[in-house]
Design a protein around this ligand. Structure first.
Ligand code: SAM
Length: 301
């Protein structure tokens, strides 16, 4: 299929991806085909570059055709479940164990395939995510973090391929009850946590955490000084977050920024595009995001 790209929508956000792409040619479950080379899209969890249509007479023939392209394949299935399982059985085993946080993201190329019908497979050896269907799974901690939001920061830092270092300074905006603060403090970095609401007592008691009660928006970058990581999970309209981020960027005082854009009701595509347009940054829907996007701008090592 020359000059077509396949985009796998984040689950539940098919309409957002459809709007973002604007020119979808065909849909197969959550997988959308659109013309042209791969584009930067926030709502696609995995992008299949140059997908190929394989016409096959049998499952064995499909396996042979896939193996001839490369070793590692992951299925996307939205129908034909038995046929998918039978094809998976004929392919080399791919282990997709949940990550322990701190381990690097997988780097081995992972192709994706889907049965379009009983005799047609769509396959792409080259995909944007090395996680199966873009899903980053972790061995979770059900005890220490006071909220599940920590998984977003685990995923963002894993994709960033970089963690705060001991002694670095992190500013955590909208920190309560403290999941992100727990992640940041766990790296050995120092954390200043800002929220109108309090941190969970166990998080506030961590020796490298300083809690300041107040609004993230009343905080002047110059009053804080240089920070290595500026993190925000504040609930606010994306436009308001954009103004806050612009203030920090123009101050030059934040080296790495990771922020959640939260949508209330309709998705604010116009503001999302402004975030995506900030040089050197990326905007993506993490597998642990809800009706949210994560924006990151990381210092070059
Ligand atoms: C989704 S929660 C953050 C969860 C947190 N990242 C965690 O892992 O536990 C959003 C937080 O934004 C806070 N918030 C809302 N408006 C704020 C503001 N103007 N300044 C600081 N925090 C604010 C709320 O109090 C709430 O605790």
């Amino acid at each position: 299929m020359s000059d077509v790209t396949a985009y796998l929508a984040a689950e539940g956000f098919e309409a957002d991806l459809r709007t973002e792409l604007g020119d979808v040619l065909a849909e197969h479950g959550r997988l959308m085909l659109a013309p042209g080379p791969a584009r930067q899209t926030a709502w696609a969890q995995n992008i299949w570059r140059q997908p190929q249509r394989l016409e096959v007479a049998s499952i064995g023939e499909a396996a042979k055709a896939l193996r001839a392209l490369q070793r590692n394949w992951w299925p996307y299935e939205f129908h034909l479940h038995r046929r998918t399982a039978l094809l998976v059985d004929k392919l080399p085993k791919v282990s997709a164990k949940p990550l322990v946080f701190g381990q690097p993201a997988p780097t081995a190329p992972l192709g994706s395939f889907v049965w379009l019908d009983e005799s047609t497979v769509l396959a792409a050896p080259d995909c944007s995510s090395a996680f199966p269907n873009g899903d980053a799974a972790f061995i979770e901690d059900h005890q220490a973090p006071p909220a599940r939001a920590y998984l977003k920061l685990w995923e963002a830092l894993t994709l960033a391929g970089n963690l705060p270092k001991p002694g670095e300074l992190c500013l955590d905006l909208g920190a309560s009850p403290g999941g992100w603060t727990w992640v940041l403090a766990g790296t050995g970095a120092r954390v200043i946590s800002i929220d109108k609401a309090p941190l969970a007592p166990a998080i506030a008691a961590l020796p490298n955490v300083e809690y300041r009660q107040g609004s993230a928006f009343g905080l002047e970058p110059e009053a804080v000084g240089p920070v290595d990581w500026l993190c925000s999970d504040v609930i606010c309209y994306p436009e308001r977050l954009l103004r806050l981020v612009e203030r920090w960027l123009s101050s030059g005082l934040a080296r790495n920024l990771i922020c959640t854009l939260k949508f209330q009701g309709e998705t604010d595509f116009a503001t999302a595009r402004k975030f995506a347009g900030i040089p050197g940054s990326r905007l993506l829907h993490l597998s642990h995001n809800k009706h949210e996007l994560t924006w990151m701008r990381l210092a070059t090592p």
